[in-house]
Design a protein around this ligand. Structure first.
Ligand code: NAI
Ligand code: MG
Length: 354
């Protein structure tokens, strides 16, 4: 089985973690036998922007379309505004390829001491499903009377019946595939009385298609409390683009660090390549120090293997990662003293030893 993978390391620690992830994929290829990754690298990102005035070539999506998956680092640079880096590279790929389901698993890995009391390895076994194509990040809005005292800025959230129904179906289906068959639908339908109320209504409609899935509803503010005070009461979670963005950063922190939190941007209909990346950004504060935690980038490679149908290889990779974290080979963000290379070497060894 051959897979064409596009790597886009981009900015900051992106190239450091994608280099580590590429080594681990090479180890999987050798260990499994019968799998081949044809990897092509793209140098798009903030440095490209400084040379060309754009984050990627105008035919960038056309170049990516032929790949089976995209393996992405992070965007963001101290000297390019964040809305340019984000809207110039990551969002056009998510939106252009209609990767409407953003899937963010969490779990406390062995060896990692989480910040919450009463939580340990295996806990916080959640999957957050983030609506990834519309909502608060649809880009609608504008500014009037720029710079004047009467200036107004609007940021319009757009929710469509098609968009909400498809993400809700995806989330119910995912919940159904997990042992607890339990879904929590997050909105803010008390204060936001149009699109959010529509979310609640569509959730109830889609729920009828999944009689074996138990579900409940939460307001997003109360959800932060439930995640911290009653974390075992949750399993699969679905929320809007903005709400899930925030909740999943919280989930990452509760699991020990953003450096262990992966994410998959999925086109469930498989018309286009899906994109796999760590949740974290370019982390300028540690760029070049060689201490970026590569675990999120390894975990998202496991998500990629799953998506490609290589479930055995995916399981082998995650077992290797858990063996290494369990042995206390950890980067400083999760309390260890190892660097990126040492963690990567250990995961590669664990793959060969498995
Ligand atoms: P960040 O995720 O880059 O860093 C937040 C904190 O977590 C930093 O202290 C950083 O050192 C630490 N951290 C993150 N990943 C780590 C890892 N793998 N290992 C160890 N420590 C890690 O978020 P921040 O600082 O708010 O943003 C920096 C830049 O990244 C900004 O330009 C922002 O726009 C961009 N960004 C890009 C994202 C993406 O490409 N998907 C996501 C989030 C932010
Ligand atoms: Mg975020």
């Amino acid at each position: 089985r051959e897979y064409a993978i596009a790597t886009i390391p981009a900015d900051g620690i992106g190239p450091e973690v994608i280099a580590a992830g590429t080594r681990v994929l090479a180890a999987i290829e050798k260990r499994e036998g019968g799998i081949k990754f044809n990897i092509e690298n793209f140098d798009w990102g903030s440095d490209y922007y400084k040379k060309h005035g754009i984050m990627m070539p105008t035919d960038g999506l056309k170049q990516l379309k032929k790949f089976d998956a995209i393996y992405f680092g992070a965007v963001g640079s101290p000297d390019v505004p964040d809305h340019i880096t984000l809207w110039g590279l990551r969002l056009p790929i998510c939106q252009g390829f209609d990767q409407y389901a953003n899937v963010r698993p969490t779990k406390i890995l062995p060896g990692i001491t989480p910040p919450l009391r009463n939580c340990g390895p295996g806990d916080l076994d959640w999957v957050i499903v983030r609506e990834n194509s519309e909502g608060e990040y649809s880009g609608h809005g504008g500014r009037a009377h720029r710079g004047l005292p009467e200036e107004v800025g609007t940021e319009v959230a757009i929710f469509t019946r098609v968009g909400v129904t498809r993400i809700m179906r995806y989330a119910f289906k995912l919940a159904q595939s997990r042992p607890r068959k339990f879904l929590t639908v997050v909105t803010k339908s008390n204060a936001q009385r149009h699109g959010m109320v529509m979310w609640d209504e569509i959730a109830a409609e889609v729920a009828e298609e999944f009689p074996d899935v138990t579900w409940d509803k939460m307001l997003v503010d109360a959800m932060t409390v439930r995640m911290t005070l009653n974390p075992r009461s949750l399993d699969t979670i679905v929320a809007t683009n903005l709400h899930a963005d925030i909740l999943s950063d919280l989930a990452g922190a509760l699991a020990g660090s953003l450096g262990v939190a992966p994410t998959a941007n999925i086109d469930p209909e498989r018309r286009f390549p899906s994109m796999f990346e760590p949740i974290h950004g370019s982390a300028f504060d540690i760029t070049g120090k060689g201490i970026a935690n590569p675990v999120a980038t390894f975990w998202t490679a496991a998500q990629m293997l799953d998506h490609l149908g290589e479930t055995d290889a995916s399981a082998r990779l995650m077992q290797a990662v858990e063996r290494v974290t369990g042995a206390g080979i950890l980067t400083p963000d999760v309390g260890g003293t190892a660097n990126t290379k040492e963690v990567t070497d250990a995961v590669v060894d664990a793959i060969y030893a498995s």
